[in-house]
Ligand binder design. Structure first.
Ligand code: FUL
Length: 466
């Protein structure tokens, strides 16, 4: 029998061999943020009176009875999201018109005042239960701007909003993301509200300590600065969190992040599958093509952001079959493109730090990584394939738990020791995917030109996506 002390010694030695633990660089993600990065892709649903009035921004004076879906079925939404490869759903619990999709005690403009289910319905209840059933995360969009509430634009409104938050975050189980819209317009009294963001955020954490708070400036994740679904080619997950606030006018900075930002506030790319956020029959023939969606995929997930794709629910309370079909086609295209990692089984050649072998780049485990031996310009690793292959795409992942480090890199292909540079990139982050002209080669060399500290990557992939 092995004695306890021997086991102890082994553990000690094991630790020693792996050893030389790496120190994080700059701001790093929290545990919840790390989990959030892994979600990558989830659904946004805009639904409410606007669905029935064909408006994008309701006035707030709409008769609540306009909200009357005839076949509302949250299980259909969840089943669609699941089949589409999405990991969660974020619903507009209250948009700018103030209508609450749950029977809030703090408003008289809610599902309770509508004729839907004789005023006994609760969309948040149905959706949170459907998400649980389908193994999806549940998230909530809540607009602080409220064009209906009589208290909006007065000191009392912030507490009204907090009360609503308490209901939404306290009664429907786990909420993975709280989405705060930055829009701030006038209310019934013609005044804009001065929002108490500190109070709002602390209310979120009181009920949902692990939730990611989305706003223009986080603190959990940030708006990417546009509604087209594209992060910057250079995309830092770090941001000067004390400088950026909801309504921050420098959208470009949100697109790229701040290179030496003080806080980890990564980008989320929100975009709609149709031209508008809410359902409109006028856009039935304007659903984005698979090609456009793939472009968005490369521009968001492929640049280290998460993709929040809006799929508006129609007047029946269902995702239309045309939107659903497009989502499935998009999912198939992603699956097809990334099914065969041509680097699998390749021989890796690199100068590596002890315990951080380049083999780890191909083990499918984000917890093991390759780190260069020393900090120096042009650290590199070579993927030696067993034969010449045709490929047009490379995927790189940085071990972001240790901070985002890489500032620039190039990709080269080689045949018989002759190297040709094919593409260059800047940041990597959680994931960077680059497409290029189809190459035929047996070697691929990734050269890290500049990095804040030792480059640390955890996975790579080589694909033929066309
Ligand atoms: C914006 C809103 O004004 C739009 O209506 C939509 O909800 C979009 C996601 O955010 O700020």
């Amino acid at each position: 029998m092995i004695s306890r002390s021997l086991v102890f010694l082994f553990v000690l030695t094991g630790t020693f061999i792996q050893a030389q633990p790496l120190t994080p660089v700059g701001a790093t993600p929290s545990k919840s943020q790390l989990q959030w990065h892994e979600l990558q892709y989830y659904m946004f649903i805009h639904f409410g009176p606007n669905t029935f009035t064909n408006l994008e921004w309701g006035e707030g004076s709409e008769d609540p009875n306009v909200f009357n879906p005839t076949q509302l079925n949250c299980k259909q939404w969840a089943a669609t999201a699941k089949k589409a490869g999405m990991k969660g759903i974020i619903i507009t619990a209250k948009h700018h018109d103030g209508f609450c999709l749950w029977p809030s005690k703090y408003s008289t403009h809610t599902v309770r005042e509508s004729s839907w289910k004789n005023g006994n319905g609760d969309v948040l209840k149905e959706l949170s239960e459907a998400c649980k059933e389908y193994g999806l995360k549940f998230g909530v969009y809540l607009s602080p701007w409220d064009r209906n509430h009589p208290k909006y634009g007065t000191d009392e409104y912030n507490q009204v909003f907090v009360n609503m938050l308490e209901e939404v975050l306290g009664n429907y189980g786990e909420v993975f993301e709280q989405w705060f819209d930055g829009a701030n317009g006038e209310g019934l009294n013609g005044k804009k509200q001065v929002y108490d963001w500190k109070l709002f955020n602390s209310t979120v954490y009181k009920h949902q300590p692990n939730a990611i708070i989305f706003s223009d400036g986080g603190p959990g994740c940030r708006w990417v600065g546009n509604e087209n679904g594209f992060a910057g080619e250079t995309n830092w997950c770090t941001l000067n969190g004390d400088k950026v606030y909801p309504g921050y006018p420098e959208n470009k900075e949100l697109t790229t992040g701040h290179e030496d930002g003080t806080h980890w506030i990564p980008a989320e790319c929100d975009v709609s599958i149709r031209p508008g956020w809410f359902y409109s029959a006028d856009t039935d023939d304007k659903i984005k093509s698979v090609n456009k969606l793939m472009e968005i995929y490369f521009g968001s997930i492929g640049r280290g952001g998460n993709l929040l794709l809006n799929v508006p629910v129609d007047k029946r309370g269902l995702i239309t079959s045309a939107d659903s079909l497009r989502l499935m086609e998009f999912h198939n295209e992603i699956e097809k493109s990334f099914r065969h990692n041509l680097a699998k089984g390749a021989t890796m050649i690199a100068k590596s730090r002890k315990g951080y072998s380049a083999k780890n780049l191909l083990d499918g485990d984000l917890k093991t990584s390759w780190a260069a031996e020393n900090v120096q310009p042009s650290n590199n690793f070579i993927i030696q394939l067993s034969k010449q292959e045709r490929f047009n795409c490379i995927e790189l992942q940085e071990d972001i738990a240790l901070g985002q480090r890489v500032k620039s890199f190039t990709v080269e292909v080689g045949n018989n020791g002759k190297w040709k540079k094919i593409i260059e990139g800047t940041t990597i982050g959680f994931k960077r995917i680059l497409e290029f002209e189809i190459q035929k080669a047996s070697q691929i060399r990734v050269v890290i030109i500049e990095s804040k500290e030792l480059p640390v990557l955890n996975e790579i992939g080589v694909y033929l996506t066309k």
